[in-house]
Design a protein around this ligand. Structure first.
Ligand code: CMC
Length: 437
């Protein structure tokens, strides 16, 4: 962090002396005002519910310019990465800070592909779940349970122990997601095939059966690989902040990632892709394109809680660059499968057009986000709706562990401990039960 020559001056109207607060500059993006000594100097906290103006850490991993619609992983634009790199290269980049050369790429692929199998006992743990449980609840449990199955390296101050945990997570997530799916449909688990690419292996574990081998289609593998890349990291979003906060206590990394998965599940976050497809299905079932205006009127009605899912973002206020790439992928996949006339895709495009011309969405700077089209692509690939957020979790795992590693190795790292503005009762005595109201 580079300290700026400019200082922020904070004045109070009650006679408390003014204080100067240091300002730090990033390489790009807004400067930050350092308030760490504020409480010590003034006895006051800052109030920022929802973290609208708070930088919780400094980071070198991902940069977003919400006004420009720019997303960089380690300085590389997402468009460039999506067009020129595969997901494992992006994983290497996020963890190590630079893209791999040819040897590093091969070594990394081999390392990941030789950790794809999970402890055999994990399937018995999985069998304890109801088959109709939501796969995100199952995945939260499975990844949390990795802390029990892989607790041999407990000293996470050791870089090697951390690397082992990182590789295990990247390698085993596809296996666990596929196991959660197979269990939900009552099919036998398919073991990984390490001769396939990371993404092709995942698709095979999802869709092959012991009776029928899965034929890998390179266009579809590329599409899913791109979905992984687009979801790999997104700076300090809710689930990443959850992983950092949880991990800041020094807990087991599998437990911290499990907390991130739980957070991601919510419909305002990763659960939006599932909610978006459900929304499109409902509009379609109620009359399709003809009913869009009625649906939009409901969204705009202050008395209804209906939201246009897959629209809006806390940071992007111009466009979400991932949504553009996802739309491109959507065309590729539907063409490949001969589904150009897919009614849901047509409905989504019409809905997007109508919303983008509507004053309500324009004035609030609401644009399609990555989840608006990702559900249509995943559905075309044969992934069931309830599995969408698991696919997101699989992809985001690398971002979570890169952020966890960055936090653990930050010399300024402390356990996360926000404060509060208390607005409850002041101290009072417990009345005898006979006189309580
Ligand atoms: N549909 C209708 N109105 C909306 C929407 C929407 N999708 N999003 C925001 N608004 C309105 C909101 O009602 C409010 O209006 P007003 O000022 O009149 O009260 C205004 O826009 C600001 O909304 P906010 O909730 O204060 O904004 P936020 O930054 O806290 O929320 C968001 C961001 C993503 C939670 C929200 O836009 C949303 O709920 N979108 C739908 C869910 C979704 O697609 N989430 C996926 C996000 S991208 C994937 C990921 O990173 O997880």
């Amino acid at each position: 962090m580079i300290e700026s020559d400019i200082k922020a001056k904070l004045s109070f109207s009650d006679g408390t002396p003014d204080i100067d607060l240091p300002i730090y500059k990033g390489t790009v993006g807004p400067d930050v005002i350092d308030i760490r000594k504020l409480y010590g100097q003034t006895g006051k906290f800052t109030y920022d519910s929802g973290f609208l103006s708070t930088a919780s850490c400094n980071s070198k991993i991902t940069y977003i310019d919400g006004d420009k619609g720019e997303l960089l992983y380690r300085g590389y634009p997402i468009e460039d990465l999506a067009h020129n790199c595969d997901f494992l290269e992006v994983c290497y980049l996020l963890i190590n800070g630079d893209l791999p050369n040819a040897t590093q790429k091969k070594d990394f692929e081999e390392l990941v592909m030789h950790h794809t199998m999970v402890h055999e006992q994990m399937q018995f743990f999985l069998r304890g779940f109801r088959r109709d449980a939501h796969p995100m609840s199952v995945l939260t449990g499975l990844v949390g349970a990795m802390a029990a199955f892989y607790h041999d390296e407990i000293d996470y101050s050791d870089p090697h122990a951390r690397e082992v945990a990182q590789i295990r997570l990247i390698a085993k997530m596809p296996t666990l997601v596929a196991m959660a799916y197979k269990y939900s449909v009552g099919q036998p688990f398919i073991y990984p095939d390490n001769s396939l690419s990371y993404t092709a292996n995942f698709m095979r574990m999802m869709f092959a059966t012991p009776c029928e081998e899965y034929k890998v289609n390179p266009v579809l593998v590329r599409a899913l690989d791109r979905i992984f890349t687009l979801h790999a990291d997104h700076e300090q979003n809710a689930s990443t902040s959850t992983v950092r906060l949880c991990g800041s206590s020094g807990t087991n990394p599998f437990a911290a990632i499990s907390a991130g998965i739980a957070c991601l599940w919510g419909p305002a976050h990763g659960g939006a892709n599932e909610a978006c497809l459900q929304m499109l299905n409902e509009i379609q079932a109620n009359g399709g394109v003809e009913k869009i205006h009625e649906f939009i009127a409901q969204v705009k009605d202050k008395n209804s809680s209906v939201r246009l899912m897959g629209f809006g973002h806390r940071v992007y206020k111009n466009f979400d660059p991932r949504a553009k790439l996802m739309r491109e992928t959507c065309y590729e996949v539907l063409n490949e499968l001969g589904l150009q006339d897919d009614p849901l895709f047509k409905l989504a495009m019409t809905l997007e057009k109508i919303a983008l011309e509507d004053e309500y969405f324009v004035s609030r700077k609401l644009y399609p986000n990555v989840d608006f089209y990702s559900g249509i692509v995943q559905r075309a690939l044969g992934i069931p709706t309830e599995m969408f957020t698991c696919v997101f979790a699989l992809a985001r795992t690398v971002g979570w562990i890169a952020q966890w590693e960055e936090m653990i190795t930050d010399p300024e790292y402390k356990i996360g401990r926000p404060r509060q503005l208390y607005v409850g009762e002041t101290s009072r005595k417990v009345p005898n039960i006979t006189v309580r109201k």
